[in-house]
Every structure is written in C-alpha cells, then in structure tokens.
Design a protein around this ligand. Sequence first.
Ligand code: SAM
Length: 257
Amino acid sequence: MNKEQVGRFYDVVWTEYVPEYESSEKHWALFFAPKEVRGKSVLDGGCGTGIFSVIFARNGAAKVTGIDISPGSLETARSLAERFGLKNTEFRREDMLHLPFSPDSFDIIWAWGSVHHTTDPFGAIAGLLRLLKPGGSILLAVYKKTKVTFLHEAVRRTLIRTPRWSWTALSKVMAFFLAPVVFLFKRREKSRKGEKLEELILDWYFVPIRHHYTPEEIRAYLEGKGLTIEKFLPASGRFDSSSNFIFKARKPASAGR
Ligand SMILES: C[S@@+](CC[C@H](N)C(=O)[O-])C[C@H]1O[C@@H](n2cnc3c(N)ncnc32)[C@H](O)[C@@H]1O
C-alpha cells in the first residue's frame, strides 16, 4: 500500500464532507487562542477538506498552507476558503513525507489525523518538526493503540484485499448491521451531521494505510527531540471520539534538530 492509494482513497471518502464549523472551532480553541495565532504562518499537514485551515485563517493567521495528497479534498478545501472569502490560505498537493519547504518555515504546524496514514509516521513527524520554527508549536492527533486494535486491524487488512468496486456496497452492509450497536452505545453528535455511518466505516476499515500508537510512544518521541509537551488530551473531544489522542508540543527557542 502506498501514498497514491491513500490519495485515491481520500478522493472517494470524505472528499466533499466538511465537519461542522462551530464544533470544530470550539474544539480547535482547546489548543489555540486567536492571540497565539495572530500574524503567524501555519502549516495544516494532511488538511483534508480544510476545516482547520479555514479556522486558523479566520482567527488571524497571516498565512495558512494546507497540504494534502488527495486532489479531491483540496478542491473542497479551496471552495470552503472561497466561501469564507479568505485570502490568506493556500492549498497544495504535497506528500507529507517530502515537503518542499525550507527548514523553520512555520510558526504553527497542525497535523490532525494524518501522520498515521503515511507509510512512515515518525518520518512524517520528523519532517514536520524540521519545518517548525524554534519556539513554534506542533499539534498531532494520532490513532490510539488499544487492546482491541489488533481485531480492528485484522478486519481492515481483510477488507482492503476485497475488490475496490465492492467497498461501497460492503460498507453499506456493515453500516446496516452495525447501526443498532452504534445507536445503543454512541449518541450521534450534532457535529456529525451530514456524516454517514457507512462513510465512517469506509474510513475506519478500508483505508489503505493506518498506524496506531500509544500516547507514551508519541510523547517519548517528541520529548526525545527536545520538545516540551504543552497539552495532552487522551481522546479527541471533537465528535466525542476516543480513537485519537492529541499532543500539542513546543519546539525549544534555540532548537537543535
Ligand atoms: C482523516 S483525514 C484528516 C483530514 C483533516 N486533517 C481533518 O481533520 O479534517 C487524513 C488526511 O491525511 C491525508 N494524507 C494521508 N497521507 C498523506 C500524505 N502522505 N501526505 C499528505 N496528506 C496525506 C489524506 O489524504 C486525508 O485527507
């Protein structure tokens, strides 16, 4: 499985889905205040359909660069920024593992749910850290490894071997059977409006590449690189999801790389 397959996958799944603005911004505000962002250069790594890029841009960032491997998602991100009349965003098709920016280019780097879809998540984080200015902040949301991850992974690894043309139908069948379980165990949030269970299933079980980590692994990596952890959330908060954990960390002002 490679990045092209991931790009094609996200050209089908989520391409037009934009998470609800208000709940996303409320969630964003757990990590950043407008005064911290004002006049800053921001990289949104794996920006998808661009909701967080737009939130940074509307909260005073001087320039937001959203990069993603999926052209379809970038198209949606551009339309979203246009809809808000934003002039300080740029969306580019780039691979997170080969980003063509100079070291120390960005004050803030936001990578929500993206490094774990690359072939080399720690390589992706290392690359992002190189682009972060000394004293800058990075935010990473990463899939959590739990006791049942191996079961989900066994299902995913089986399903991604099925023919691509069958994926939509398979995800609908799974959604049909899982809907009562989801209904019983999980209150669907208002913020998930417009998001279908079959799309969640596609994203969860059919994505070509996904890696899972424990918070301790990511913490050790960031601290090993000399960063200071500023905030840790054991679960996403956005959409009441427990699949991701989040670190916000600061690069030392006089950073060795
Ligand atoms: C789960 S989505 C998250 C999107 C967005 N950050 C959000 O929170 O709405 C993961 C995104 O990472 C992107 N991605 C995966 N591998 C990538 C890579 N190697 N380079 C750039 N983007 C990548 C996918 O195309 C997808 O849009």
